[in-house]
Design a protein around this ligand. Structure first.
Ligand code: FES
Length: 146
C-alpha cells in the first residue's frame, strides 16, 4: 500500500481529509512530512492546513514513534481518579517527562478522554489498554515492557 493508493480511496472533499490522514497513520505509524505534502497536493490545500488537522488529533502522529509508547488519559473522570499520580509514577520509573520527544526508546503522552471513563484511569501501552490503573499497578505493568 502506498500513500498514493490510500488517497485514491477518497474523493477530493474536505470531509475526507481526516479519514485519509487516519488511514495513512494506521498504515505507516505516522504521517511523514513527505506524505503530508502528498495529502496537501491531493486535497489542494496548504501543508500547514494538513498539519493543523493532523496535530489536532492525539491518534495521528507526524513523527516516527519510539518502540514503547505509553499514553495516559487525563480527561476529567480519569483525573479525579488520580491519573496524574499514575503519570508522575511513570515519569519517575522511566526518567522521562510526559510530552517529551527526546527519548528514542520511549514516549509518554497525556491524551484526552477515550470514552472509557467508568474504567479509568486508562493507560495504553503500544495500543494495549489497561483500566483502573493505579501508580503501583502502572509500575507492575511497566515491568513487563522493560
Ligand atoms: S476521562 Fe479518561 S476515559 Fe474518559
Amino acid at each position: 500500500m502506498t500513500v498514493e493508493k490510500i488517497l485514491l480511496e477518497f474523493d477530493v472533499e474536505l470531509k475526507n481529509l481526516l479519514p485519509a490522514l487516519k488511514k495513512i497513520n494506521a498504515s505507516f505509524g505516522y504521517v511523514s512530512e513527505m506524505d503530508a505534502q502528498k495529502v496537501a497536493d491531493y486535497f489542494s490545500m496548504s501543508l500547514s492546513k494538513v498539519y493543523e488537522t493532523a496535530s489536532f488529533y492525539d491518534l495521528i502522529k507526524t513523527k516516527p514513534q519510539p518502540p514503547l509508547v505509553i499514553q495516559v488519559c487525563s480527561g476529567a473522570n480519569c483525573a479525579v481518579k488520580n491519573a496524574y499520580k499514575v503519570i508522575v509514577e511513570i515519569e519517575n520509573q522511566l526518567h522521562i517527562k510526559a510530552g517529551d520527544d527526546f527519548n528514542p526508546n520511549v514516549k509518554l503522552e497525556i491524551i484526552s478522554c477515550l470514552g472509557q471513563c467508568g474504567r479509568g484511569p486508562i493507560m495504553i501501552i503500544n495500543k494495549k489498554i489497561f483500566t483502573q490503573v493505579t501508580p503501583s499497578s502502572a509500575r507492575e505493568i511497566l515491568q513487563n515492557y522493560m
